[in-house]
Write a protein that binds this ligand. Structure first.
Ligand SMILES: *Cc1c(COP(=O)(O)O)cnc(C)c1O
Length: 436
């Protein structure tokens, strides 16, 4: 596999960019490589500057659910572009996208658009604090909610991958109001609630995707809803990754729970920087200009981004790919498990809708602790073999693979073939390691 041009760009890029990247997971550090530089993409395929073509299971970590350069979406973006790029005043696109979003999430009467998932979450937390007059937030170990100071505690993939427990530069006071509970363990939430009387909200990834895919049990998520309601604590469901992905109405539709505040990002912008947070009227009326919780953004509701979001969501609703995703994910799960078994490798596969993660461990993965039992060296070997065989995966054991609607049957078979080859390589490497 040739990566000469990527290497050249990496060397050049390092001079004025930090590690030649603008987001750490792109550095490929945990799989022992250099960042690959992408030239272009179309449909299910992504092509790097060396001309290597891959089936894309990263999909920009979620947003490109329709594949790259979907023609309807591209047309809508081009049309919007011709009218100008940003005005510092309202446009009709914002109203249209707001309606699509509020219709999809019954708990949302109103929504506010921002420019990233991080911004959506920290605004939602400010709103929960404003509404309840309380300060503490419970989060779950292994869940990632963006890089705001008070959410950078036990925050999943990016940090685990780089082996940093939290982050430098976060003052202790900034995390003093963050309490950490255990995913799928309602007692751990109850204990915090019993001990503290100033809890504003619990925030959760309804299907965790940032420690690899970890599903909640139905019982856990329902108990969490009941418990927060009974305690007068808001439930913030962070659907930045899951929104429009496992069902059009996100994990909430699938699990049958309703958030007090919902956070969105990724798919909602279809590849442009869009985040959103929304809730029922009573809560959203706290937000400026209706209320006294301040939150603003120069490029919030950007017209090009809105056009891309509207076209993406409209097309997604029309295609209704959720049953097909389920089928593909189930096929890949079997392919992974069979290949692992044939080669004597311990493997767990967690999946939910269009998100899937293989974990190289024999322990059932139900929370952060069990996710961390994975053998990241095995993943590293697996990852590079997949790349060599034309499949672009997130370069971390602790990220979900994303399925999109542009994947063909042929693509799916090609992925299975790559899995067979990669799993053999993992077995061979483990054997060598043991013999040495
Ligand atoms: C990606 C992600 C975020 C952060 O979104 P950015 O757009 O990267 O700031 C927050 N929460 C979850 C669940 C995410 O997956």
């Amino acid at each position: 596999m040739k990566l000469e041009k990527s290497l050249e760009l990496y060397t050049k890029g390092k001079k004025n960019l930090v590690g030649a990247v603008n987001s750490p997971v792109r550095a490929f550090k945990s799989v022992g490589g250099i960042p690959i530089f992408i030239d272009r993409a179309k449909g299910s395929k992504i092509i790097d500057v060396d001309g290597n073509e891959y089936i894309d299971l990263v999909l920009s970590y979620g947003p490109m659910i329709l594949g790259h350069r979907n023609s309807t979406v591209e047309k809508a973006v081009k049309k919007a572009l011709k009218k100008g790029t940003t005005f510092g005043a309202s446009t009709v696109g914002e109203i249209k996208l707001a309606k699509i979003v509020c219709d999809a999430f019954p708990g949302m009467d109103k929504v506010r658009f921002v420019s990233s998932g991080t911004e959506a979450v920290f605004s939602a937390i400010r709103l929960a604090r404003a509404f309840t007059g309380k300060n503490k937030i419970i989060k779950f170990a292994g869940c990632y909610h963006g890089h705001a100071d008070d959410m950078l505690v036990a925050a999943g993939s990016g940090l685990v991958t780089l082996s940093i427990p939290g982050s430098k530069g976060v003052p202790p006071e900034a995390v003093a109001n963050t309490l950490v509970a255990v995913y799928n363990d309602i007692d751990s939430v109850e204990q915090h609630l019993a001990k503290h009387n100033d809890i504003a909200a619990v925030i959760i990834e309804p299907i965790a995707g940032n420690m690899g895919v970890v599903n909640p049990t139905q019982e856990f998520i329902e108990e969490l809803r009941d418990l927060t309601k009974a305690s007068g604590v808001l439930l913030i469901i962070d659907e930045v990754m899951t929104g429009f992905r496992s069902k059009f109405g996100g994990a909430q539709e699938l699990l049958g729970v309703e958030a007090d505040i919902t956070c969105l990002g990724k798919v909602v912008g279809g590849g442009f920087p869009v985040g959103a947070y929304g809730a029922r009227n009573e809560i959203m009326e706290m937000v400026s200009p209706l209320g006294d919780m301040y939150q603003a953004g120069t490029l919030s509701g950007n017209p090009i981004a809105m056009a891309c979001g509207i076209a993406t969501l409209t097309e997604l609703k029309k295609q209704n790919p959720y049953a097909a995703f389920e089928k593909t994910a189930s096929f890949l799960e079997r392919a992974l498990l069979n290949a692992a078994k044939e080669n004597g490798i311990d493997l767990q596969v967690n999946r939910f809708g269009s998100m899937i993660s293989p974990f190289f461990t024999k322990e059932k993965v139900v929370d952060f602790k069990t996710a961390l039992t994975s053998d990241t060296n095995k993943f590293k070997t697996f990852f590079w073999k997949m790349m060599e065989n034309g499949v672009f995966l997130p370069p971390s054991q602790f990220e979900a693979w994303f399925l999109g609607t542009a994947m063909s049957k042929r693509d799916i078979y090609k992925v299975r073939k790559a899995i067979d080859i990669a799993m053999k390589a993992v077995a061979k490497k483990s054997k060598l390691t043991i013999e040495n």
